[in-house]
Write a protein that binds this ligand. Structure first.
Ligand SMILES: *Cc1c(COP(=O)(O)O)cnc(C)c1O
Length: 362
């Protein structure tokens, strides 16, 4: 198989151990003589997968009993709707830090009139193409919830701490979940798509504080009601069995290498290596405000004077086995997504590539 260094933003690199386990399970799931995608989800073999997956989430993130974790179809974009349907009664505030945050806010704004409610941006960094996290804003104390996007996948900024919030805090953690320890007790809801750090596309996770539910005046469609899925153990309807299986294996891998404390250390190391090179190399410049730099998505462009070399660098990187370093179409330049499963050697290979390119053009 061709050796590549995968920096895709999502779907993205997953641990080999999880892929191998998935291949095995597609051949013969737990000695059933059937692939994991052909067994009934109402069997003890499948229920054991669900139980183990849930248990891994609880153990790795130290989820308190006040919260429940559920697995749902639809992806993080569906998650935007769940938040609004379950929590918006009168007023919601959003921190607009990127495209995903804006899309989440759009759903809230769109649905709010039906509920006699309103939703708005408390602060935004749209003025400078979302290259920083707004600070010094005040969160109104009469909100049903305040919504943040902890890692802005497209712009490479991140809120890497658990903020104090006077109202229920809701976080889209699609692209930095399980990258660091999180104080779950500070959040009313944490949700996201699996395909950045915890598995393949096709499943999303939601960690929900149970006492936050049941407080809105409007009807919540059954499938969009967190309670339905808490009560049903994420099996109210047929769950996305294969993505959940691979997610379970991905978390097993994470536990095996020391959990979120260990991966956080490694993630910080990888990010520092790459940012140091960007800051050192005269050909490149980072796009995110330094204090808000993401450890998951590293965004950079050609430095002033070298702009015309962009396509050449992309071709050079590709020829050297780098995959997915092209920036999102809305920002251009480059983006290296260095999620949990991206090995340090891939980061080093990209750095080597940048240094080689520098030698060619100095
Ligand atoms: C990728 C991403 C999404 C969208 O996820 P889907 O599962 O494709 O709907 C939402 N929010 C963030 C922060 C993301 O990185």
């Amino acid at each position: 198989m061709k050796k590549v260094h995968n920096f895709n933003a999502g779907p993205c690199v997953l641990p080999k151990q999880a892929i191998d386990a998935a291949i095995e399970a597609l051949k013969d799931f737990e000695g059933t003589g059937m692939p994991v995608i052909s067994v009934s989800h109402r069997t003890k073999e499948w229920e054991a997968v669900m139980d183990e997956c849930r248990a891994l989430w609880k153990e790795l993130l130290n989820i308190p009993d006040t919260h429940e974790v559920i697995f749902l179809g639809g992806g993080a974009s569906m998650g935007f709707l769940y938040v609004v349907e379950n929590l918006l009664n009168k007023k919601a505030g959003y921190l607009e830090t990127g495209v995903w945050a804006k899309k989440a806010l759009k759903e809230a704004k769109g649905l709010a009139p039906q509920f006699g409610a309103e939703a708005f941006a408390v602060a935004s960094s749209a003025d400078t193409t979302y290259n920083y996290i707004p600070k010094g804003y005040e969160i109104p104390t009469d909100l049903d919830y305040f919504h943040i996007t902890t890692n802005n996948t497209i712009y490479g900024t991140e809120i890497r701490y658990d903020m104090d919030c006077p109202v229920p805090l809701v976080a889209d953690m699609s692209s930095d979940i399980m990258s660091r320890p999180v104080d779950v007790s500070k959040y009313a809801v944490i949700y996201g798509g699996a395909q950045k750090n915890v598995g393949p596309a096709g499943v999303m996770f939601a960690i929900v504080r149970k006492d936050i539910l049941g407080k809105v005046d409007h009807y919540i469609p059954t499938m969009l009601n967190y309670q339905t899925h808490i009560d049903g153990g994420s099996m109210f309807n047929t769950p996305p069995v294969f993505p959940i299986f691979v997610m379970k294996e991905t978390l097993k891998w994470l536990k095996g290498i020391g959990g979120v404390e260990a991966i956080n250390k490694l993630n910080v190391e990888k990010a520092e290596m790459l940012y140091n090179e960007i800051d050192r190399n005269p050909l490149f410049v980072g796009t995110a405000a330094k204090e808000d730099r993401s450890i998951m998505n590293v965004c950079f462009v050609m430095a002033p004077g070298y702009e015309t070399l962009q396509d050449e660098f992309l071709a050079f990187a590709k020829a050297n086995g780098m995959v997915g370093v092209k920036g999102h179409r809305s920002v251009g330049g480059f983006r290296a997504s260095i999620y949990n499963a991206c090995p340090k050697e891939s980061v080093q290979a990209l750095i080597d590539c940048m240094q080689e390119f520098e030698k060619l053009h100095k």
